[in-house]
Design a binder for this molecule. Sequence first.
Ligand SMILES: O[C@H]1[C@H](O)[C@@H](O)[C@H](O)[C@@H](O)[C@H]1O
Length: 609
Amino acid sequence: MKTSIAASSRWAKGRFSHFLPSSTNEDDIEASSTDESSVQGKELHHRKNHEEENSGTRSKKPQMSTSTLQIETRQDEDEDEDRIVIKPVNDEDDTSVIITFNQSISPFIITLTFVASISGFMFGYDTGYISSALISIKKDLDNKELTYGEREIITAATSLGALITSIGAGTAADVFGRRPCLMFSNLMFLIGAILQITAHRFWQMAAGRLVMGFGVGIGSLISPLFISEIAPKMIRGRLTVINSLWLTGGQLIAYGCGAGLNHVNNGWRILVGLSLVPTVIQFTFFCFLPDTPRYYVMKGDLEKAKMVLKRSYVNTDDDVIDQKVDELASLNQSIPGRNPIIKFWNMVRELHMVPSNFRALIIGCGLQAIQQFTGWNSLMYFSGTIFETVGFENSSAVSIIVSGTNFIFTLIAFFCIDKIGRRYILLIGLPGMTIALVVCAIAFHFLGIKFSGASAVVASTGFSSWGIVIIIFIIVYAAFYALGIGTVPWQQSELFPQNVRGVGTSFATATNWAGSLVIASTFLTMLQNITPTGTFAFFAAVACLSTIFCYFCYPELSGLELEEVQTILKDGFNIKASKALAKKRKRQVAQGAAQHKLKFEPTQEIVES
Ligand SMILES: O[C@H]1[C@H](O)[C@@H](O)[C@H](O)[C@@H](O)[C@H]1O
């Protein structure tokens, strides 16, 4: 097999549009929505050089290589022997690479990452505490036990709120800034928590959860975006997993507090009240911290952008900082539009009409949908209820073990996501989940649960061996989930090129919340109507089909340059080529690190044969 991929001229056009007079940009978008000819790519390259010579504006930038990329693989030879010729175009990461290899991560970046990822913590805590709260609310609302339907509404309200805000959060972040949006989310957390703490009626509780969801939706999108914008490229992936670690850590702490407050009168109100602590911390910190350099560049405030970069990369020359700002400024012009709405529309068009972008969208939304429809959050939200049903009295304590497993295996993913690779980690995780879910489905069958009204009746009382099998395999399922599909979808920003990243990640995040909403609002009804066996068998079937989806559609992206990802996705999902390329990149990084070759060397042309 021989795969040849010419660089997306469309993409190249986006990359280099800053070299063209701005008035032509909009026309270019119109004219070339589907035309991908390499001739055009060459033309652009030529035009770029011509402009560059004339303007001389980018003389400090490390030399750019050609815009034509080629990957060739030969199946008949050993994979290691595959011939790969790739000539990546340098992008904004040149300076990041120079910066990253020449100094350690600064306390300022650590502080920004820490403060931004508090949103991840709140995402986790607020979605996590509901499991125990549903158990301990008892008759505190409307003086009666909550029905299954009411439990679902209270739980799903947060997902609904998050879905609503996640759709617009990407654009709001571009218009108002990342920091103000995160501070606005703090306000939503505050109002939502107060509504819940003071609730004596079911509807007030549901409204409080909805408002809190507005905050969760904003935070879930902007926190990883904020981190990826301030993180040096070489550790961007890992810093993004830190957000997931906070998230799963937040869920674990929520379960821990829930277990502790289980038998305290109105303990659930304290549980909600505790969520105010991180909110207030994040808000206070953000009063003194800046926004991301990219946002300042978008607003034309280049001085502020330089100031943030200087604080982020303390030992870096002013020249390099200027160069970085220059690069960010040029990227910022790649999608035209006189106002945010036109710009948004153009981005949506670009996202759907450029084949590589559209494939990225399929993968991004696909993985987020898989994450939700394989059922994890039904355990997150209702594990208390499930474990009570199976016969465990202190069900919150069992839930801690499950969310603890989620946290520990996210930590393991943090260390091995780049080493094993995203694709392999998914192809290990999803089949593992399938098997665990099938065993749970069988165990539920033998446990013989029946639902009548708002409660579940189990054939045998107390602990039973089938109950124990269920707990063990739910833990196994949690481990495989956290390792792969729980973590990988949040790496979504690497799928999209800079110019459509905001909308692309917004759509993927909205898919996540739409899935979460469906699961939260139907899970208990599913248990009642198609039995726990049917419900778990359904999740197992989804996990099995998802394995097939990932096998055919998810290329290996570990270690690849952003523009290489675009190249891989240009004329198909190119799994084979991606695997070969990722392998080469890994080897190069290892060799480069061993020989200190990468010092002061940006990502210049790499040609292998
Ligand atoms: O990645 C996270 C994580 O896996 C959480 O445990 C889960 O509750 C979220 O829905 C998911 O997005």
